[in-house]
Design a protein around this ligand. Structure first.
Ligand code: ZN
Ligand code: ZN
Length: 332
């Protein structure tokens, strides 16, 4: 859980009072959802798309919990040989990203909430993963680290990276224990540390310093380059970490940005967006009460001409790169 600072609460209140959050009219059927008929684009939906509404009124393709909405792995396309594939896995509210390099190495960044662990294992099995060369825990929050123990207990992992910050929750202790059980010690994820992988240039560009009790700003931020194509994975890094990365002049420019903190107003400042200048912005988000993704962020991404994909509306988002061009596999 993220600590809500007063300023964030204030921003959420401002956002709520702009009236962007009341559900559009439409009859809810027995499954708890309905088909979009009018103004669908405004809701991030296509005409005729079946969807549900979160408590805050925002639209989602994932049924709200309680209405037989158990998290399940989407059907996804296996990686192509000789290409780089990046899967922004649909794990509901949370983050989990799987990368297969052209050389065949497997990287996993986070594994969603505790209950998403089995779903992430399902995804990895669907994709034919046998082991993981690199496992990254961006930060100890449960919506990122919760499923990691399940993954560690299911696959041989060669190296685990995490920022030097701990947490006392049971779910984080489970992760630390699972790392120990594999006989591994955690390597520190911080700006300047590179991943020893062939064929790609993958290096942490954050955190650039220590962030005390702000777990989100501790997020390990990974920049990955394959040929001409670049990707940035931000975890939940917020404003402070973003401005520190800009000040340290780390490599931020990326074709594809995994948007920080599920599209919260506390991340993706304009200077950061300018530094990354993404062509594509991926938001990993599910049903939530935080107002993720923020309407103001969506409009700023649009103004920056970034194509937006969301795991709650598009399901798992898959990017394939041949080193020159990035293609997104057909999304919902
Ligand atoms: Zn977080
Ligand atoms: Zn998070």
């Amino acid at each position: 859980m993220r600590k809500l600072s007063l300023s964030i609460v204030a921003l959420l209140l401002i956002w709520s009072s702009t009236g962007a959050v009341s559900a559009h009219p439409g009859r809810t059927d027995a499954k708890g959802g309905h088909t979009c008929r009018t103004n669908c684009a405004k809701w991030g939906l296509k005409d005729g798309q079946y969807h549900y509404h979160n408590a805050d009124g925002s639209a989602t393709l994932t049924p709200p919990s309680g209405s037989n909405g158990k998290l399940k792995a989407d059907k996804i396309t296996p990686p192509r040989k000789g290409k780089l594939s990046v899967y922004y896995l649909n794990v509901g509210q949370g983050d989990a990203t799987y990368i297969k390099t052209a050389e065949g190495d497997d990287i996993l960044i986070d594994a969603g909430k505790n209950e998403a662990g089995d779903v992430v294992v399902d995804y990895l099995k669907q994709l034919g993963v046998d082991d993981l060369e690199v496992l990254i825990s961006t930060h100890p929050d449960a919506d990122h680290s919760g499923g990691l123990d399940t993954v560690l207990n299911a696959f041989k992992v060669k190296a685990v990276y995490a920022p030097k910050v701990s947490h006392t929750t049971d779910t984080f202790k489970d992760f630390l224990l699972a790392v120990k059980k594999q006989g591994l010690t955690i390597k520190e994820a911080k700006a300047g540390v590179s991943l020893p992988l062939e064929g790609v240039t993958a290096a942490f560009v954050g955190p650039t310093t220590a962030y005390g009790s702000n777990l989100n700003d501790w997020s390990a931020v990974l920049h990955l380059a394959y040929g001409d194509n670049t990707f940035l994975f931000t975890g939940d890094a917020e404003k402070k970490s973003e401005s520190d990365m800009i000040a340290k002049k780390v490599r931020l420019k990326a074709d594809v940005l995994k948007v920080g903190h599920h599209g919260s107003v506390s991340s993706t400042t304009d200077p950061f967006l300018k530094a990354v200048a993404p062509q594509y912005a991926i938001i990993s988000v599910g049903q939530n009460s935080y107002g993720h993704p923020a309407a103001s962020l969506l409009s700023r991404l649009k103004a920056a001409k970034a194509t937006i994909y969301r795991t709650d509306l598009n399901g798992t988002v898959t990017a394939v790169s041949d080193g020159k061009k990035i293609t997104f596999l057909k999304v919902k």
